[in-house]
Write a protein that binds this ligand. Structure first.
Ligand code: AMP
Length: 121
């Protein structure tokens, strides 16, 4: 899938719409999810134009990949979720129910995040 420069996270990166920033460095931006599903729900996104985790793994530089995961660690520190544990998650494509086509990692914490996924029989 080609990258869509009009997706909402691209607009946030360009400063066209605001976000509630948690952390930023050269490679990544992290901000609170607009519709939080746990007391801590932060989205960590790369600054580069990557559609999803699949695109990121194939095409991002080593520095971008390291930078994004370091940023997740910084978010965990800033939000103080590590002591009780937290969850990181990334939805990819249709089966993953990805809504925004700019790669992002959800960081959930501040309360029990529940079972990983509901089993489908
Ligand atoms: P996903 O289904 O993994 O693509 O998740 C997209 C996430 O982006 C959802 O949790 C939304 O609540 C969140 N979201 C959508 N628009 C915004 C926004 N403007 N600021 C912050 N979070 C947003």
């Amino acid at each position: 899938m080609a990258y869509d420069d009009e997706n909402i996270f691209a607009k946030i990166l360009r400063g066209e719409i605001p976000c509630d920033k948690v952390y930023e460095d050269d490679h990544a931006l992290a901000f609170n999810d607009i519709s939080p599903q746990r007391p801590v729900h932060v989205l960590v996104i790369p600054k580069g134009r990557y559609v999803d985790a699949d695109d990121f793994a194939a095409n991002a530089s080593d520095a971008e990949i390291a930078g994004l995961f370091r940023a997740v660690g910084e978010v965990a520190k800033k939000t103080d979720v590590a002591k009780d544990g937290y969850r990181i998650l990334s939805n990819i494509g249709a089966h993953g129910h990805q809504e925004v086509p700019h790669f992002h990692i959800h960081v959930f914490g501040g309360a029990d995040t529940g079972p990983m996924i509901k089993r489908q029989e």
